[in-house]
Write a protein that binds this ligand. Structure first.
Ligand code: KIV
Length: 273
């Protein structure tokens, strides 16, 4: 039997995510919403692909994540899973599909797992969702938590500013994190909180903390694909590192194509039958 020596080709599981964190290996997570992008990011050895409800913003053009439906998320997640060979695929439960009660949460999670073949779900919130987390886990579905800036609660908070900057909110945040860990979440996404608070959370918890705008002391990082590639050019928070200016590249490529069609340069003889 040949043994594959390349760690990067091993399939990423929930257990492997925990092992990575415990040996100090940082976890790289990114969002994706379709087959082609999922195939590319998976081939680049990403550990976790999040089918985020940020699809509402970057794929559908909504101002908030609230309008996206469970059917929409299932469509995106099933497309992503078809493109993935290695990464762990986590899917957001969208707004309104788990807050009502734990039975509704379980039904939503089951639909995602059955209809997409994804590997885990993510829910926003702390103590108030523990019952739902427990019930989803009882069906054998791994759950990732999401604390700090929780975009599904934007109407409660009113802004997307940094969260837990005062002691009281920081205390609640840590309590929520422990509640999610005790309930059995395998990891927590921590969005837009001060780096030292994120450090404290990562040190206190046994499960991995994956940050977005939460500094360098956590167990991993997540970015929205369209933001880091420069496709979404309207969003430039301090935490965002842009790896490409794909928006400009795409405009330039399409302008050249338009020009070639108008000037009858395209197609040439060798480009026709
Ligand atoms: O929906 C999403 O993309 C997310 C990330 C910002 C973590 O939840």
């Amino acid at each position: 039997m040949s043994v594959n020596k390349n760690e990067n080709t091993k399939i990423v599981t929930v257990q492997r995510i925990r092992e990575m964190a415990s040996r100090g290996e940082k976890i790289a997570m990114i969002t994706a919403y379709d087959y082609s992008m999922a195939k590319l990011v998976d081939a680049a050895s990403i550990d976790v692909i999040l089918v985020g409800d940020s699809a509402a913003n970057v794929m559908a053009g909504y101002q908030t994540t609230l309008p996206i439906t469970l059917n929409d998320m299932i469509y995106h997640a099933a497309s992503v899973v078809r493109g993935v060979k290695r990464a762990l695929v986590v899917v957001d439960l969208p707004f309104g599909t788990y807050q009502g009660n734990s039975k509704e949460a379980l039904c939503s999670a089951i639909r995602i797992m059955k209809e997409t073949s994804a590997h885990a779900v993510k829910l926003e919130g702390g103590k108030q969702i523990v019952e739902s987390v427990t019930r989803i886990l009882s069906a054998g579905i791994p759950v990732m938590g999401h604390l700090g800036l929780t975009p599904q609660s934007i109407n409660k908070f009113g802004t997307y500013v940094v969260r837990a900057t005062d002691e009281e909110e920081a205390k609640i945040l840590l309590e929520d994190a422990h509640a999610l860990e005790d309930a059995g979440c395998f990891a927590i996404v921590l969005e837009k909180v001060p780096a030292l608070l994120a450090k404290r959370m990562a040190e206190e918890l046994k499960i991995p903390v994956i940050g977005i705008g939460a500094g360098k002391y956590v167990d991993g990082q997540v970015l929205v694909l369209h933001d880091m590639l420069g496709i979404n050019e309207d969003f430039s928070p301090r935490f965002l590192r842009r790896y490409l200016t794909l928006g400009q590249e795409i405009r330039s490529a399409v302008s050249r194509y338009v020009e070639d069609v108008k000037t009858k340069d395209f197609p040439k003889d060798h480009e026709q039958y």
